[in-house]
Design a protein around this ligand. Sequence first.
Ligand code: F6P
Length: 386
Amino acid sequence: MTKFVGVLTSGGDSPGLNAAIRGIGKAALGRYGMEVIGFRDGFRGLMENRTQDLDTTALSGILTIGGTILGTSRDKPNAMPVGGTVMDMTDVIVDNYRRHHLDVLVCLGGGGTARNAYHLMQHGMNVMVLPKTIDNDVALTDVTFGFDTALGIATEAVDRLHSTAHSHHRIIVLEVMGHRAGWLALGAGLAGGADVILIPEIPYDAEKVAEAILRRSRGGKGFSMVCVAEGAMSREAATEAAAQEAEAKRRKEEAKNEKDKEDKKKSKDKKTVVAESAESETEQVGNALRLARELEALTGLESRVTILGYLQRGGTPSAADRLLATRLGTAAATLVNKGQYGVMVASRGEGTEPVPLGEVVGKRKVVPIDHPWIEAARSVNTCLGD
Ligand code: F6P
């Protein structure tokens, strides 16, 4: 019997998304004779029933294109802004899934997407997840697609800034993305030979960083490249953030208990408005600017800042990301053919492995402090701020 497959992309866009859509689509249509339909702009499009044909014409010529032909959003099924109110739209999504007679919904995204897909799975939908994000912070997969491309872009930025830092005898602080993981900063810093690499996993001491820069100066090198992850924090900020996070968690728990009590009271009303409790996100805006000012004051060296931002997410995917996305996409179609749902299709060595979604949800892959990249950075005398 013909299988019906829905596909959506959710969360921040990432190079390789179109390659993955093409991989799933071509294998599903051509190899397994399935029907494939896309939903626009993540879970919102599924809720609003905005679809896009994923036939052979739509799947052609997209392998090398950045972004996602389906569009994306960060909307969550159970907490979606609708008409100015945050609503639980799970039931509407499940209805639309059924209306299209889908056998499975394949969701391309990071940790948040896995959590949302798992939520839908608990409401009776068959789901599958493909791990994408430039941050590389999805647990239980070797790597995520998008990371290699972003790593290349960030490394090129370190290279280019190196020559101008050298010419002007300046400190240049380059801020790269990565959310709360240091993979991008560490990888790009190491590959580009940054003198200082600061990542969220190792809270830094600005005085230690300044000492390392001054040591270089005394050795005749009057410039320094500092590659800092957007989530990196000073020791003091990290302590404060940990306290805030514990408090936010406590409040969330309290709010949840309150909500559970209320839900029990009015269990018939399914479309409850969800009051979002405070996220434990730490505000990092201006981090790199603050750091540069501090280093300038401590070293007396002129400092400049470059925030690489969305450049890291845009443009043509690297060959490695196209290969990975194609491997994961085609493997997903094979798993759909076998009826193996409720999994994330992980990259494992040269192959792929279905990992139960429940094992992925709630975990984040950060850089272990004994990771070989950290070891290598220390061995080439890179200051890690500790
Ligand atoms: O997850 C990818 C990412 O680019 C992170 O590195 C960054 O913190 C975040 O998304 C930015 O999100 P937005 O696109 O919502 O500004």
